[in-house]
Design a binder for this molecule. Structure first.
Ligand SMILES: Cc1cc2nc3c(=O)[nH]c(=O)nc-3n(C[C@H](O)[C@H](O)[C@H](O)COP(=O)(O)OP(=O)(O)OC[C@H]3O[C@@H](n4cnc5c(N)ncnc54)[C@H](O)[C@@H]3O)c2cc1C
Length: 612
């Protein structure tokens, strides 16, 4: 047993005695011994000795379970309160009636009779927690350094490094934490450029001012408390020497992290297919930054349009184009419409018919992720609300004030949101392993990267065969990434323990797509839902999946507020959005190049290489 455990057991026992004595005295004084479950123990010497013994044992149990946490006296007291509550259930409600031959007292009458002692138990717990914290703090002050000498941290003998703090990376770390339960011989390190796990299904709502940005993201440090988190950019992986090169910021030197097992979960990045102007003039929707930038841009455009005299410029400002008719693009165009129409009351010079919303999609129908009848329903609903759809149409390029579409079409706009293409993280191309045409690492059914023995992969950066679907690649969704991360962790543990590996097997539960305006479509295990019911399901399902109780409460509050109040139009950034900042200069630039002027050949010389 470690010295800190011995310390916590002893301090817990002493604290339990203090709390127990105070409790017995209070119950006696109030004439509540029976209600507290102490009646069976008479006030004879043996009875008192038994009470003292019970108080010591219960206190030691407290110390062993909750352990001492420095600077956490409030948390220690609240865990004491919880402990007291549990003992109220275990003592007067369960053990005392059992000892008295009445069976467990889980009836309303028994609970009613024991209720007066609830306060006593809660106070007992709080006092035990407080005494425990005070005793350990005194001990540490009296013997500084005693524990450091007695218990040097064990050097880890195995290191698992996880790259990426999204669904795949965080679930790998969480499962490893469970499987190795603070084993000092295993170090788990997670490297990510963002210090939070982003709940992407709600990203469009952040961009439309429906949700606060921080509410849909959970800090990785809180989600994986026993993992060493490194906020840094991964610069490279050397699989021969088994080290990862990371850099926390451009001004600091590169740090190397050695690994025994490496988990790749770097996700994907937007793919612009080399189309002209896209990288410079589009809004992407992958990060919190993307969503807040788009939100500020849309609101800044409304501010500008409200005072703009030129009809052409107003039209450009009030035209919002989304490229890509998958779930991200469809949800985004619906949310943009909800945002703009929801706040028009603040912009008296903008008429309701002026804002225009266009979705450009290369396929015949939107939402290829769900069945045709539901996609048709979504299309009809969104068309009724005024969204224009350009199907079988590809984006060919973009400039600061236009989107070029198809074979020469042009939409005058300052807003193009790009959800039409993603590619696996480019860093993967440097790895000496098998990759598919898109650049994703190829993994086998156990999620081991083909060609590298101790490298594993999860999520959007990998091509993983779906054994339930004739080995076709798993779709790039959060529900897959999350479960793949768990299997990666299980298989790393299996290799370290010499056990057989698991296969990744997962059947998609379903797809839910929010269409704004309290409408959605949902397909769950073949069952189809649409309208208000599907919207309710969307919210319930995603709220339950959102990590952390605190975030759930915050999002539920945001949604409740959204029912009664218009969306917030506070601009959280004073900087003009890049598109707007460049508007005037770039417009004349592009016009002089002959691409945007009235009657110009528009997209004629723009080559189509892919896209929406
Ligand atoms: C708008 C939107 C809506 C979506 N809606 C849904 C939905 O409703 N349902 C669903 O199942 N899926 C949805 N998805 C898809 C889902 O988000 C992805 O499939 C999932 O996030 C993939 O998880 P991942 O761990 O592979 O990658 P990600 O979650 O993208 O995580 C990648 C991580 O790697 C980090 N990273 C990247 N590069 C580096 C680097 N060089 N150095 C350090 N760290 C790096 C990133 O910061 C990030 O933490 C949506 C996606 C988007 C964009």
């Amino acid at each position: 047993m470690s010295s800190s455990m011995r310390r916590d057991l002893a301090a817990g026992a002493a604290a339990g005695l203090i709390g127990g004595l105070a409790f017995a005295w209070a119950m006696q004084a109030q004439g509540l011994r029976a209600a507290a479950g102490l009646a069976g123990l008479s006030s004879t010497g043996t009875g008192v000795a038994l009470e003292i013994l019970a108080a010591i044992l219960i206190g030691a149990g407290y110390g062993a379970i909750f352990r001492y946490q420095p600077f956490a006296y409030a948390a220690t007291i609240s865990s004491g309160v919880l402990y007291g509550l549990l003992w109220w259930i275990a003592g007067p409600l369960t053990l005392a009636p059992l000892l008295l031959g009445r069976g467990p007292g889980w009836s309303l009458q028994e609970a009613d009779a024991a209720l007066p002692s609830l306060v006593g138990h809660v106070l007992y717990g709080a006092l035990t927690g407080l005494s425990f914290y005070a005793l350990v703090s005194l001990y540490r002050r009296a013997r500084p350094g005693a524990e450091v000498v007695a218990e040097p941290p064990a050097a880890p003998t195995r290191r698992v490094v996880i790259l990426g703090g999204g669904f795949g990376g965080v679930s790998t770390a969480q499962r490893l934490e469970q499987l190795f339960a603070r084993d000092p011989h295993l170090e788990i390190a997670l490297v990510s450029q963002s210090n939070y796990l982003l709940f992407t299904p709600m990203l469009a709502e952040v961009a439309s001012s429906g949700l606060e940005a921080q509410h849909i993201s959970a800090p990785v440090r809180a989600a994986c408390p026993h993992t060493r988190f490194v906020r840094a950019e991964v610069e490279g992986v050397d699989t021969a020497t088994q080290v990862v090169r990371v850099r926390a910021s451009p001004s600091v030197p590169v740090e190397t992290l050695p690994y025994d097992h490496l988990a790749l979960a770097l996700g994907s990045v937007p793919n612009f297919y080399g189309l002209p102007g896209l990288e410079e003039h589009t809004f992407t929707l992958k990060t919190l930054d993307d969503a807040t930038r788009l939100r500020n841009h849309a609101i800044a455009l409304l501010e500008r349009a409200d005072v703009e005299r030129s009809a052409d410029e107003r039209r450009r400002m009030l035209t919002f184009v989304v490229a890509g008719g998958g779930f991200a693009g469809t949800e985004m165009i619906a949310e943009l419409l909800d945002l703009v129409h929801g706040v028009l009351r603040y912009y008296p010079n903008i008429q309701a018919h002026e804002p225009r919303f266009v979705l450009v999609h290369s396929g015949e129908r939107i939402l290829p992720e769900i069945s045709a009848p539901l996609a048709d329903y979504a299309l009809r609903k969104l068309r009724t609300r005024g969204i224009e759809f350009m199907l079988n149409t590809r984006v060919a390029g973009a400039s600061v004030d236009a989107v070029l579409v198809g074979d020469g079409g042009r939409i005058e706009t300052h807003t193009l949101v790009w959800t039409a293409g993603n590619q696996p993280h480019p860093l993967l191309r440097t790895l000496p392993c098998e990759r598919n045409r898109a650049g994703a690492v190829v993994a086998d059914t156990t999620l081991r990267v083909v060609g590298l023995d101790n490298v594993w992969a999860a999520g959007d950066c990998a091509q993983i065969p779906d054994v339930n679907n004739e080995g076709r690649p798993c779709p790039p969704t959060a529900q897959h990434a999350l479960r793949q991360g768990q299997v990666v962790a299980g298989n790393v543990a299996a290799v370290l323990r010499g056990q057989p590996l698991w296969e990744f097997r997962y059947r998609t539960i379903g797809t839910l797509v929010a269409l704004g305006h309290r409408t959605a479509v949902a397909e769950l295990r073949g069952w189809k839902f649409s309208g208000l019911l599907a919207w309710f399901m969307w919210r319930t399902v995603y709220l339950s999946k959102l990590p952390g109780l605190e975030k759930k409460v915050r999002v539920a509050l945001d949604w409740t507020i959204d029912l009664f109040f218009p969306r917030d139009i506070v601009l959280t950034s004073h900087a003009a959005t890049p598109t707007l900042a460049q508007t005037i200069g770039a417009r004349s630039e592009v016009a002089s190049a002959g691409a945007t002027g009235p009657g110009a050949p528009a997209a004629a010389d723009v080559r189509l290489e892919g896209g929406a």
